[in-house]
Design a protein around this ligand. Sequence first.
Ligand code: CMC
Length: 425
Amino acid sequence: MSDKKARVSLAGSQDVIELPVLEGTIGPDVIDVRSLVSKGVFTYDPGFMSTASTESSITYIDGDAGVLLHRGYPIDQLADHSDYLETCYLLLKGELPDAANKQAFTDEIKRHTMVDAQIAQLLNGFQRNAHPMAVLISLTGALAALYHDSLDVDDAEHRHLAAIRLIAKMPTLAAMIYKHSIGQPVMSPINSLTYAENFLHMMFGVPAEGPNVSSVLAKAVDVIFLLHADHEQNASTSTVRLAGSTGANPYACISSGIAALWGPAHGGANEAVLKMLNEIGDESRIEEFIAKAKDKDDPFRLMGFGHRVYKNFDPRSKVMRKICDEVLADLGVENDPLFRIARRLEKIALEDQYFIERKLYPNVDFYSGIILKAIGIPTSMFTVIFALGRTPGWISHWNEMLSGPYKIGRPRQLYRGSPKRDYPV
Ligand code: CMC
């Protein structure tokens, strides 16, 4: 702890409250306000704009500089040299694995890719047009009903098993949900395939044919998973931590994270990008939509642009943009009208003073939406892909919290309702 102190005095009181100032490895200092409650006051910070909800050593973001580090490693280096499962290991365990540990981790994941047949029965109870996120929330939570012998959150072995099961089964669940929605038989995982190949095989393969997965698309999907793997204390991760702080089981916690991710201000934005591109419909209408986005009297915003934390190019977007070019070229769809609109939109927004002045860069959802669409993944599945990729981040944060001393998350409030009054009799 540093010797720095912050001093607070309340108007009308002689008392000065001295608060410790905590220093992170990098990043801004943090004033420790925990002792304030004993002085009879709370702090007020809706939206956590100025409040660190926890200490963490998993991920660091500097939004002004456009920096994202996992366990200290820059995201672009991980995207270039690592792969999704290795990044999962890094997030969970804190260090990159050596070759033997990497193989052992991959093998362990592969041993858990299948899901119990009763989960398929539960899936069959859903209407085919159910939103995939609604189904994913349900199936993930239902896993707890199968593993009640290993739900002791104070047992590190049980927590490890839950992490492996969740990372291993997410692609299987996601693909099952898609197959159910289109009325095709559910595909079993093939463990000789890589994690991303297996996902694409279960999504697009059919039992009558063997696996036939493009290596370019598998690489793109692996990088998409990797780029979504963690993002510090975002809304869904904070939801997982809050649920976990009650001692709830891991499947319930991850299910609550998936629910929080579904919102359009969070993971639902990639779906919104594609809806917007379809609405624009033709290059001739781009200027009209740019004008709408700039108009203060119009609530319309350019979906896939801007970020709460990144006021610089999101480092994930830079990688995603490159992958986007490769995928469109590999599939020969660069001239597809929808993708031409996306390219023009990107160019105009990057050159337009309105977007430059407000630091509104294309975000990760802009490019991921385009890539997923090009691969043939339906729009309603986009946020499911985000959830799949984010699973190791959620589990790492949940595990980090449970591995140390923690308290139930219980925010206070500023009460502005009626004072005490008597019931009229
Ligand atoms: N299109 C047009 N104008 C925008 C946009 C946009 N996409 N985003 C922000 N602005 C303007 C906004 O009107 C305001 O202008 P002014 O200063 O003249 O009033 C200024 O930029 C600052 O906006 P803000 O609302 O204060 O910024 P924020 O940090 O609160 O919002 C955001 C961040 C991501 C919610 C917002 O940029 C947005 O709505 N973007 C579109 C939706 C989107 O793509 N969301 C995905 C975010 S990344 C996913 C994730 O991490 O989960």
